[in-house]
Structures are given as C-alpha cells and as structure tokens.
Design a binder for this molecule. Structure first.
Ligand SMILES: NC(=O)c1ccc[n+]([C@@H]2O[C@H](COP(=O)([O-])OP(=O)(O)OC[C@H]3O[C@@H](n4cnc5c(N)ncnc54)[C@H](OP(=O)(O)O)[C@@H]3O)[C@@H](O)[C@H]2O)c1
Length: 226
C-alpha cells in the first residue's frame, strides 16, 4: 500500500489513475477543480482524499505542501495539464495564452514538486512522475500548438534538472509521454484508451527508481527521445 498524490483527478488520465490506485488498495490524495463530477463521486471512500486546487494558484500550492508536510507521500503524479491555444502557428501565438499554458504545464509541476518535498522525504521510496508529451520532443520536427509543445519541452528540462538536484535525497523522478489518449484533450480519434494509458503509467511508476531518475519515458516504459 502506498500514498499517491495526483493533480487533476476530475477527468481524463488523472481520473483513471485515481481509479486504478484505489482498486489496488493504495491511498490517493487527488486534486480537482470546481464541481466533483459523477465519475469522481463514485470513487469517494476512506482511501481517497480530495483537495480543491487550481495549479496556477501559488498560495494554494504552498498550503497543500504545508497540509501534507507530515504525511509520507510515496508518489506524486503531476498530471494536470492544458493543450493551450489549439492550432496556433508560431507566427500568430498569443503571448498571454502561451504564458498560461506554461504556468499550468511547466511551472506548476515544478512548484508542486517543491512544495511536496517534505512529504516525499517522509517516504522511503519517494517518486515523482510528470506527464509530459511526445509533442514536446525536440526529436520531432512538427508545426502547430507551439504553446503546448514548448511547455512540455520545458517541463522535461526543468524536471531533469530537479531530478539531478534531488539525487542526494533519493527521490526518483521521470517524465512520461502517456501515449495519444482518448480523453477530452486527446480526442476520440486518439490511438489508445485512457485505461490502457493509465495502466501503463502505473506500471512505469511502480518501476521508477534511482536508476531511471531524470529520464523521459513512454507509457510502456521505454526511453523516449528528448
Ligand atoms: N490525452 C493525450 O493524448 C495526451 C498526450 C500527451 C500528454 N498528455 C498529458 O497528460 C495529462 C493529462 O491529460 P488528459 O488527456 O487527461 O487531459 P484532460 O482530459 O484535458 O484533463 C486535464 C486535467 O487537468 C486539469 N487541469 C487543467 N488545468 C488545471 C488547472 N489550472 N488547475 C488544476 N487542474 C487543471 C483538468 O481539470 P478541470 O477538469 O478542472 O479542467 C483535468 O483534470 C496532461 O498533462 C496532458 O498534457 C495527454
């Protein structure tokens, strides 16, 4: 049994991760925004703690860290994310929307990890898994969605640096491409179901250790090109 904190459990991959961990008997602290939808309602029970959090709220992130400072959190999953302005060509990108995309996808995972370090250090197997995307890979030369792509490329770099800095604390961290997944973000035509993706992500998180820290992986556990 472990304790897992997941951001953005209201829908999509975060919701499915929450469902899988609870079904294994793990404890989940899930963050959500706004109303608790029917699917999340069904998961409420003694092993699920729900905390309202907008990940762009710096004060709320600090409060979350303080609230759980004495709790051993074994695994933090930075899942909450936004696609940003869709179809945007680099030449007509709106800088405010770009900044918001960066805040949610890049800055917030970093801040959440920092805030939860005391809780992660209470665990003998503290790990951090951040949902990134193949769309942020510099290896892939493709156009469009520049805000999303750059935010994921940046979170990879930020987390790689943090992983190295946290090596003495033995907190293992990885960034993961979850596949192209059938969620609100991925759309109905995506390659894989949310269940397939989340099952793979759970396996990757189970196998995450200091040998893999700082790596960019796929949901199948393979190394993803940067
Ligand atoms: N789906 C894919 O094909 C795909 C591919 C590569 C990477 N990813 C990554 O995987 C992660 C999950 O994606 P998904 O497909 O499950 O997306 P999704 O269905 O659109 O769900 C996004 C989740 O993030 C939460 N969120 C967004 N902005 C937030 C904020 N400011 N504060 C707190 N929570 C916020 C949403 O909460 P609300 O319900 O309150 O909006 C929701 O729970 C993201 O990081 C995404 O970039 C997805």
């Amino acid at each position: 049994m472990q304790t897992v904190l997941i951001s953005g459990v209201g829908r999509g991959i975060g919701l499915e991760l929450c469902r899988i961990f609870l079904s294994r008997g793990d404890k989940v602290i899930g963050t959500y925004r706004g109303n608790i939808g029917a699917a999340l309602q069904m998961l409420i029970g003694p092993h699920l703690t729900l905390v309202e959090l907008d990940v762009t709220d710096n004060v709320a992130i600090t409060e979350l860290g303080n609230k759980f400072a004495d709790t051993a959190i074994d695994l933090l999953i930075n899942n909450a994310g936004v696609i940003g302005p869709e179809g945007s060509l680099a030449q007509d990108i709106d800088s405010q929307q770009w900044l918001h995309t960066f805040h949610v996808n890049t800055i917030a995972p970093f801040q959440l990890t920092q805030a939860l370090l005391p809780a992660l250090q209470q665990s003998s197997k503290g790990r951090v898994m951040t949902l990134s995307s193949q769309m942020g890979s510099l290896h892939r030369a493709t156009t469009g969605m520049v805000a999303y792509r750059t935010s994921k490329a940046a979170v990879n770099k930020a987390m790689q640096v943090l992983a190295l800095e946290l090596t003495p604390m033995k907190i293992a961290m990885c960034m993961v491409h979850p596949g192209w997944v059938q969620t609100d973000m991925g759309g109905a035509d995506a390659d894989i179901s949310v269940v397939e993706s989340a099952q793979g992500l759970v396996k990757v998180s189970d196998q995450l250790n200091m040998d893999r820290t700082g790596q960019f992986l796929t949901w199948q556990g393979e190394v993803h090109p940067w």
